[in-house]
Design a protein around this ligand. Sequence first.
Ligand SMILES: [Zn+2]
Length: 63
Amino acid sequence: MTPFIRMTKAEILRVGLALGVPYRETWSCYQNNDRACGVCSSCHYRREAFRACGIPDPIEYEE
Ligand SMILES: [Zn+2]
């Protein structure tokens, strides 16, 4: 099943926030570094979703 396939990243983020997902403990980056790169497509979409929701992303980025 693919319950999120038709939702935007911002909509998925809101569902996670409503469920109490600890986003500080989550990882979206495609790179294998100590901190998320902030520029790969996955970081880009994650940051865009947090911006769209008007809340700060709780993780630190390389750039
Ligand atoms: Zn990244």
